[in-house]
Ligand binder design. Structure first.
Ligand code: EPU
Length: 421
């Protein structure tokens, strides 16, 4: 297992370019199951989670032709419509193949993902929706066994806004008989991007990006060509890195229009943010100042403050002036990074869904352990700002969602290196 060593205290200065979005690419690659000819996807990030979905698709019988960040992908005759436990347990987003497999091949056997470090994360809402669309679903030996002659359009209300739930059902409904209406649908930009790809394939989807999505089913879909959007969470993580190191970074390919909730809070905290081009994919300059101010944060589904940025902003609040209350509303157990940040001197108390962070003038280095993807990012940020050398173990979590992170940080002047444990 690898670990990362960071010598903190260096201002990050220079330019960084944001890679393709992990959470957009995962459903887009599984959407390729809906068509029988070659799709072309550009700007697919090289990440562990993307490798996992590729392994799963290859197992199903999908053909993949890869050239750098371009993926050509088609599924003619699948060898199986099963997503095995061995793969789903390493990445729960593998369950995103359920909707496409079932709607196109009328049968899917997908392992239930099981628990996760950040919460129970059940799939009940995905299954309820598919049942409403006429699927026959049984849970047997830890597997979802789903069958249908053809899914039928239905009116579906999600009790909780669910990102991959909305994506799974949107893909299922694209080839269903009749119209499906999704209410309280997730509004995340990655959902809107998937709808874009499906519409390029010939689907008839309206309203994606709002909480009511209408999908008129069609009989066949054709392949699509699409460039994956930049990763808003990677961009946000670099913004915080600039803020915490009093740095000056130009973030290229930055999806500012999807980062409103974060940038409002960062400006309130005293970070300077200057968009260099008006919208979408532009460059943004981020400057950290000598003193950071505390802000309160409540995570919510989009357009609220993203839960995927909660651990990172907590690292920042650990060195801000004053008291910050961070409320995690999306996942019930997403505070695993707190005890690690405390090992670095952070003053944080947890009360239920709230973390009360009393900012200190600095953090100290310590050996710490990454527990999930965004927790790893928060420890990297804390390490960049801390005095001394921070040693982060179990960094494989980081490789799931940040492309070439050490390389990008090194170019900005960070003192960071990966070593074998
Ligand atoms: N939920 C249910 N039942 C369901 C589905 C969800 O109760 O059937 C609950 C979850 O337990 C959670 C809430 O609904 O409390 C929201 O979960 P959601 O389904 O939206 O999460 P997800 O689709 O599994 C995606 C991202 C996560 C991100 C969340 C929230 C992907 C591949 N993953 O997960 O990304 O945190 O939405 O925005 O898109 C990450 O990248 O680090 C990551 C965890």
């Amino acid at each position: 297992m690898d670990k990362i060593l960071i010598e903190g205290g260096n201002r990050l200065i220079g330019e960084v370019s944001i890679s393709g979005s992990k959470n957009a690419a995962l459903p887009i690659l599984s959407a390729a199951l809906l068509t029988d000819d070659w799709n072309t996807f550009y700007n697919v990030p090289k990440l562990k989670d993307i490798a996992t979905i590729k392994t799963l698709l290859l197992h199903i019988g999908t053909e993949i032709d890869e050239d750098g960040s371009t993926l050509k992908i088609r599924t003619r005759n699948p060898e199986t419509t099963e997503a095995p436990y061995e793969l789903v347990k390493t990445m729960r987003a593998s369950a995103i193949v359920l909707g496409p497999l079932l709607t196109r091949f009328k049968r899917a056997r997908v392992s239930l993902p099981g628990g996760c470090a950040i919460g129970a994360r059940p799939m009940n809402l995905h299954l309820l929706a598919l049942e409403k669309m006429g699927a026959d679903i049984k849970i047997e030996s830890g597997y979802i066994d789903a069958k249908t002659d053809r899914l039928k359009g239905a009116k579906i209300y999600f009790d909780i806004s669910t990102v991959t739930g909305t994506e799974n059902i949107m893909m299922a409904a694209a080839l269903a008989d009749g119209t499906t209406i999704l209410e309280n649908a997730a509004c995340e930009p990655e959902v809107a991007e998937l709808a874009d790809v499906l519409n390029k394939m010939g689907a008839n989807i309206k309203g994606a990006g709002t909480d009511c999505i209408t999908i008129k089913g069609v009989d066949r879909l054709k392949p699509a060509t699409h460039t994956v959007m930049p990763d808003r969470i990677e961009a946000g993580t670099f913004m915080i890195a600039a803020g915490m190191t009093k740095g000056d970074i130009l973030i290229k390919n930055c999806p500012m229009h999807n980062l409103e909730a974060l940038t409002v809070k960062l400006r309130e905290a005293g970070v300077e943010i200057q968009a260099e081009s008006a919208s979408g994919g532009g460059a943004v300059r981020i400057k950290g100042n000598n003193s950071l101010r505390s802000v309160d944060i409540k995570t919510l589904p989009y357009p609220g403050f993203p839960t995927d940025m909660q651990a990172q902003i907590m690292a920042m609040m650990s060195i801000a002036n004053g008291l910050s209350i961070i409320t995690e509303n999306v996942f019930e157990n997403r505070f695993m990074h707190v005890s690690e940040l405390k090992r670095m001197g952070a003053d944080i108390r947890i009360e239920g869904r709230n973390a009360i962070v009393k900012g200190r003038s600095s953090l100290n280095s310590a050996p710490v352990m990454a527990t999930d993807l965004r927790a790893s990012a928060s420890l990297i940020l804390a390490g960049l700002a801390a005095e001394g050398v921070t040693e982060i173990s179990r960094v494989y979590h980081l490789d799931r969602g940040y492309e070439k992170i050490e390389e990008k940080l090194l170019k900005l002047g960070a003192k960071i290196k990966r070593v074998k444990e």
